[in-house]
Write a protein that binds this ligand. Structure first.
Ligand code: BG6
Length: 289
């Protein structure tokens, strides 16, 4: 894990080590606060001023080398869920537990922070740009530097804070096909209604539209996610039983979170030819309801 050679001398930025020795970048400006763990290139907090946090982080998250952090935006790459051929490979790929290099960190006068992190995750090179203000933008570019074509999957596994999942509606995925991960990836099509939550929900929507809204009446806000270069959207809430099975997830935390993941996964996995690159971009913004 390599910190940038020169962080700007700016009171809005600090780089510290957590008690477990994990380098963490903190951004504190009048418009927002944010935290990035260099371990996994993992954004663990983003909170626009005068709002509840937008990103959710478990009180039971483990911040330790080799562990994925439960919350924020883990990067699932170069595969999503189980590895396609190797049952011993870690779920959701190696990006979220790998050391990344912060190669660029700049904070503009309007408080926009531009962070760039890079890593080689065989057989790919990855560049991850995070642009933070009172909106949040991610740009993830995958390059195949080899002389063979290679397949990959990618998900920005974004954990969102909601007041109470029972009252949340997700709009924008009406009539979209999905695989139900909670039921052996069985194929379905969303009906013409917004998604509501009454049980474990774990769906990989494919050939999905570019814009999704999560309406959260408890926080009186809408979270809007727009994206390019992404054909899949995963929607996940573990509900009661699955929460209880996860040691880094509190048994009573599930009503306060919802994952909406911008991805290319399952039927939308991509193959890059030698020398080819692909970029997925996502923007997250909030609006008053
Ligand atoms: C979601 C998957 O994206 O990630 C779920 O659809 C999975 O099936 C969840 O349980 C969390 O995965 P992990 O590996 O971080 O526990």
């Amino acid at each position: 894990m390599t910190p940038p050679t020169a962080l700007p001398n700016d009171p809005r930025i600090s780089l510290t080590n957590t008690p477990t020795g994990q380098p963490r970048l903190d951004l504190n400006t009048p418009r927002y606060s944010a935290q990035l763990h260099l371990h996994g290139a993992h954004l663990t907090a983003w909170q626009p001023a005068n709002q509840p946090p937008v990103l959710w982080l478990s009180d039971h998250a483990v911040l330790a080398p080799g562990k994925a952090i439960r919350g924020g935006v883990p990067l699932c790459f170069p595969w999503f869920a189980a590895h396609p051929t190797d049952p011993d490979a870690p779920a959701h790929g190696t990006a979220r537990t790998s050391p990344w290099t912060l190669t660029h960190c700049q904070l503009e006068d309007d408080h926009t922070a531009h962070l760039t992190l890079t890593q080689s995750l065989a057989p790919f090179d990855a560049q991850y740009d995070i642009i933070v203000n009172d909106t949040l933008e991610f740009r993830f570019t995958t390059t195949n530097p080899t002389d063979q074509p290679h397949r990959f999957e990618l998900a920005l596994h974004t954990y969102l804070t909601v007041a109470d999942i029972h009252h949340v509606q997700v709009l924008g995925l009406e009539n979209t096909p999905y695989l139900d991960n909670a039921n052996n990836r069985s194929p379905h099509t969303q009906d013409d209604q917004p998604i509501t939550f009454t049980q474990e929900t774990d769906r990989l929507y494919y050939n999905a539209p570019a814009t999704v809204h999560a309406d959260d009446p408890g926080h009186q806000r809408r979270i809007t996610i727009t994206k390019t270069g992404s054909q899949s959207t995963i929607v996940w809430n573990p509900w009661t039983d699955k929460s209880a099975r996860m040691p880094d997830f509190g048994n009573d935390e599930w009503p306060g979170m919802l994952c909406i993941e911008s991805a290319n996964a399952g039927p939308n996995a991509l193959t890059l030819e030698p020398g080819q690159s692909q970029t997925l971009t996502t923007t997250i913004s909030t609006q008053a309801l």
